[in-house]
Design a binder for this molecule. Structure first.
Ligand SMILES: *Cc1c(COP(=O)(O)O)cnc(C)c1O
Length: 353
């Protein structure tokens, strides 16, 4: 592996004093990782440098045509003080799937995990330790060829930044209200829905802005607007009778690593899990006849988030007042594995030595 050159920050910042005020993605650590791609040369010059602004030509492709991909993962301070990553290999496998869709050259997944570990090791004093907190890791790639023509860039920059993040749940696990979006769509089959790319989020902002008073928007499919896809930055699950349903990955849904982990755990526990199409009408009907027991979202930020109500057109679909037993058990299991409080039965955790 190419050696990562390290330039230390000579003016490190003070660490946040009050971990209860961290919020999400508001402050960054002292260093960042950079690596360049040039056609003919491939990925080169991996380096850790002081965190700070980049100098980019205003004609860079990312500014005009959005050629960009990103990932989101966390480092945790474990029960015994160890620094822990949850399935980081899955993040970089997905990054390469996103790269393929966005015409960005593939990157060495193993080297990326190594780079994350090197950066996190250097910044480990930034990992907060109170309940629910973590060090959020944001790897991303931008096209930066300084040409306005519409084509895949010849130059790219791979960057990793780190941000100490507060607990997603200020008051503990709480059921949220979700707005089922009847007008706008996030993506369509054949589009970029399965890629983690900034444009999907740019396209989603308006719906979220209009859904005032709701935690997030639930997207329906882009063709018939009947089939449930996912929530803002989370995949969704429904407990209907003795079946646990999550929308199948058909190109428009982001393949969440938390989603995948939940499916594996639920199957291990003996539940019947179906990855299939599910219409919003089926959800409404199941709520009416009492067979819809639980609904929850899954994602790196929240881990598992119980859904209490869905607003669909002029109907309020009430699901539950509290946290369902399966939702709670999954939350406890995944956070337990992440923090090293429960055995890592599936070998998902990698420690930063
Ligand atoms: C990242 C993301 C998710 C969740 O994926 P995880 O790997 O579980 O964090 C779900 N939906 C969208 C749109 C996302 O960008």
């Amino acid at each position: 592996m190419e050696e990562i050159k390290v330039t230390l920050n000579s003016t490190p910042k003070p660490k946040p004093a009050d971990e209860s005020c961290l919020g999400f993605g508001k402050s960054f650590t002292d260093h960042m990782f950079l690596m360049d791609y040039t056609v003919g040369k491939g990925w080169h010059d991996p380096r850790i440098v002081p965190y700070g602004p980049l100098t980019l030509d205003p004609s860079c492709s990312v500014f005009h045509y959005g050629q960009e991909v990103f990932e989101g993962m966390k480092a945790y301070k474990g029960a015994n003080g160890s620094v822990r990553l949850f399935r980081p290999d899955e993040n970089f496998k997905r990054l390469n799937n996103s790269n393929e869709r966005m015409c960005i050259p593939p990157i060495d997944e193993e080297f990326c995990v190594h780079a994350v570990k090197e950066l996190v090791r250097l910044e480990q004093d930034w990992i907060p330790s109170s309940e629910g907190t973590s060090l959020y890791i944001r790897p991303f790639i931008i096209g930066c060829e300084p040409v306005l023509g519409v084509h895949p860039a010849n130059n790219y920059l791979f960057i990793i930044i780190l941000s100490p993040s507060g607990s997603y749940y200020a008051n503990g696990l709480e059921p949220v209200k979700i707005y089922v979006e009847p007008k706008y769509v996030r993506t369509v089959r054949g589009g970029t829905g399965y890629a983690k790319t900034g444009g999907n989020y740019a396209a989603s902002l308006k719906a979220q802005q209009e859904a005032k008073g709701f935690a997030q928007v639930l997207w329906l499919d882009g063709v018939e607007q009947r089939y449930v896809e996912e929530v803002g930055s989370m995949n969704v699950f429904f407990v209907i009778g003795d079946e646990i349903v999550t929308p199948a990955l058909q190109g428009s849904v982001l393949p969440g690593i938390t989603r995948k982990s939940c499916i594996e755990i639920l199957k291990d526990w003996g539940y019947r899990v179906s990855e299939r199409k599910i219409t919003i009408d089926e959800v409404e009907e199941a709520a009416k006849n009492g067979s819809l027991k639980e609904m929850f979202g899954t994602g790196t930020a929240a881990v598992v988030s119980p859904v209490g109500d869905l607003q669909y057109k002029d109907q309020m679909i009430h699901i539950s007042d509290g946290i369902g037993p399966i939702t709670q058990r999954l939350y406890d299991e995944i956070t337990g594995i992440q923090l090293g409080k429960l055995p890592d039965r599936f070998n998902w955790v990698q420690t930063v030595e």
